[in-house]
Design a protein around this ligand. Structure first.
Ligand code: ACO
Length: 427
């Protein structure tokens, strides 16, 4: 392989260094391109553009591989737990016992939110979408924790990171409680990260809440599956917001806003709605035909991915987890049967095969979250809770990257050229 790329543009001969990562495609370093050529490159959606260097997460979309700090997602989902994965993503290595205890202790002791933040919620309508509340409340954290907003102080960055990871379940549970008109529950530090979240969501102050270990473990696994996914839209949003020096709480609010979109974090809500709309296996062919019809905007939600052109490895774990939870809880859901059959039919259909459209993580997550008792509007909030770990890790990496610059893309301008202003009466 060459370590430079030669390019001729008009009469100019250009030579660009090719950077090699530890694994994955090589990257042509075009940072001097504009200075040398007076031209920009055009890449809407960043399909061919590496926006940063990162050591956190690696994806091989063709092979269906996802590694966090080198560890395969399937192995982490099976053998680790969300807190350990959070430590790994933040610090680069799996913790030793003492470091892990310290980390868990710190996160547990940051789970309460400022008491005044609770009154913030009453400014929202009861039927507000939890993500609308999360955007507002998480952004507002910067108004409550002034002592951790100096991004140039490593200690403040660490405290802000711990606060965000610790408080996100409390805020998400409060958003849910507010929507159903029940009182907020304070965190219980004797519970695990995920057990505590379940209690704050489904418990009531009037009686003790017993965490179901099967649901606790399954939800913890779902959090692991959503913890990070390299430079996806919301993570890139967090990095872009942070590149201007914005404080981490504001950056996370930006990430939440991006994640809310149906093509990103909102897809599991959309996938479950679609499965309900299909309703019974006999109707699957009709929906597959619609997804293939160029004149119909309908897409199979939970299918396809910008990066994975193979089975999303998270979908494999998710499918297994749904089976386990349904078996342990002794429940069944016709929507799960529709999902299984829809997957099989799509995987055997030429359209989906040729376009390499496979189920993504969201295809099954709605089914399982709904079985656990979460309303569909909470799905993306749960995703935001888990992805906060990735956002925080990526934000920290960006701040300490010596190559970091304010993110400022260019454009191909196709609007009117300079013209003279015509006064209102003369138009
Ligand atoms: N159903 C039917 N056709 C599809 C689907 C789908 N779900 N996804 C892509 N296609 C088709 C497109 O129509 C397009 O066809 P064409 O080449 O004939 O025009 C082709 O496949 C490529 O699609 P693009 O939209 O160009 O692919 P892109 O990489 O930009 O989009 C995306 C990826 C947004 C995820 C897309 O597959 C999609 O909309 N899927 C449904 C939504 C979804 O599940 N999102 C979750 C993503 S995972 C996550 O955020 C955690």
């Amino acid at each position: 392989m060459s370590d430079s790329m030669k390019l001729s543009l008009g009469d100019k001969q250009l030579d660009y260094a090719v950077l090699k990562g530890s694994v994955g495609p090589e990257v042509v370093d075009i940072r001097k391109f504009y200075a040398q050529t007076d031209s920009f490159t055009y890449d809407p959606g960043f399909t061919s553009t590496a926006s940063c260097q990162s050591t956190i997460t690696y994806i091989d979309g063709d092979e269906g591989v996802l590694l966090h700090r080198g560890y395969p997602i399937g192995e982490l989902a099976e053998k680790s737990n969300f807190m350990e994965v959070a430590y790994l993503l933040l610090n680069g290595e799996l913790p030793e016992a003492e470091a892990f205890d310290d980390f868990r202790y710190t996160i547990t002791r940051h789970t309460m939110v400022h008491e005044q933040l609770a009154s913030f919620f009453s400014g929202f309508r009861r039927d507000a979408h939890p993500m609308a509340i999360m955007c507002g409340v998480v952004g507002a954290l910067s108004a409550f924790y002034h002592d951790s907003t100096d991004i140039h102080d490593p200690q403040q960055r660490t405290i802000a990171s711990h606060r965000l990871i610790a408080k996100m379940p409390t805020i998400a549970a409060m958003a849910y409680k507010y929507s159903v008109g029940q009182p907020f529950l304070y965190p219980d530090n004797s519970l695990s990260y995920t057990g505590n979240f379940l209690r704050m969501t489904f418990g009531v102050p009037a009686e003790p809440y017993e965490v179901n270990p099967v649901i606790e473990q399954a939800l913890d696994r779902i959090f692991i599956l959503h913890a990070d996914h390299e430079q996806n839209a919301s993570t890139s949003t967090v990095r872009l917001a942070g590149s201007s020096g914005a404080n981490p709480f504001a950056c996370m609010a930006a990430g939440i806003a991006c994640l809310w979109g149906p093509a990103h974090g909102g897809a599991n809500e959309a996938a479950l709605n679609m499965l309900h709309e299909i309703g019974r296996p006999e109707r699957i062919p009709e929906f597959i035909a619609r997804a293939k019809d160029k004149n119909d905007p309908f897409r199979l939600m939970g299918f396809g991915h910008r990066v994975y052109k193979n089975y999303d490895p998270r979908a494999t774990v998710m499918q297994k987890t749904v089976r386990e939870v349904f078996k342990a809880m002794n429940v069944s859901d016709p929507v799960f049967d529709v999902a299984l059959q829809l997957e099989e039919m799509a995987l055997n259909d030429d359209y989906f095969r040729e376009k390499k459209l496979f189920p993504n993580v969201d295809f099954y997550s709605g089914v399982i979250l709904s079985a656990m008792g979460f309303p569909t509007s909470m799905f993306t909030a749960l995703f935001a809770l888990a992805r906060t770990v990735g956002w925080v890790a990526q934000w920290n990496e960006m701040i300490t990257d010596p190559d970091q610059k304010i993110g400022r893309p260019r454009q191909l301008y196709t609007g009117p050229t300079k013209r003279e202003y015509v006064p209102l009466g003369s138009r």
